[in-house]
Write a protein that binds this ligand. Structure first.
Ligand code: NI
Length: 169
């Protein structure tokens, strides 16, 4: 799906834009233009997401969208790379945002942490709003156990967000 260059506009990122090129090929449904160590990607995103992204990188005084996308991808990799770690030890902090109005959610979250006493070192509960809570769990232990703990917490209905900040040990 090559797109003529004249159709490339600021707003066209959401349904982008590949310069026709002999090097262009399609991999996994993504147009990839391999030139001199850099690849040009074509991705489809909801317009609202693109507009929000544009507002953020412009507010942050980035020179252009490419640099912002580059940094966003780099952050994504950093944030999730630990998930590939099957062996060894993981140390970090898990943040859990949830609404305790869901039946038995508070109990379930406590019960899950009791199942993982080998990795849960401490936890702090913060009452954010009337029914909104934040739990910060310090973890240290086998990588696969830390992952299981996170997956079990994420799977609970009412848990809105789980983030893990891995520290280098
Ligand atoms: Ni609370």
């Amino acid at each position: 799906m090559n797109v003529a260059p004249e159709r490339i506009t600021k707003k066209s990122f959401c349904n982008t834009l590949i310069k026709p090129s002999v090097n262009t090929q399609i991999q996994n449904g993504v147009n990839m233009d391999r030139t001199a160590g850099a690849r040009r990607l074509s991705v489809s995103l909801p317009s609202s997401l693109v507009e929000e992204f544009d507002t953020v990188w412009q507010d942050m005084k980035y020179d252009d969208r490419s640099k912002a996308v580059h940094d966003a991808i780099r952050n994504f990799i950093t944030e999730h790379k630990w998930m590939q770690q099957e062996k060894g030890e993981l140390i970090g902090a898990m943040g859990l945002l949830y609404y305790y109005d869901k039946p038995h959610l508070l109990n379930a979250i406590t019960r899950i942490q009791h199942e993982f006493t080998d990795v849960v070192k401490s936890s702090t509960h913060v009452h954010l709003a009337k029914e909104k809570c934040l739990e910060i769990i310090a973890v240290k232990g086998k990588a696969d156990h830390v992952k299981s703990l996170m997956q079990k917490l994420m799977a609970k209905k009412g848990v809105k967000q789980v983030k893990f900040a891995a520290m280098s040990s």
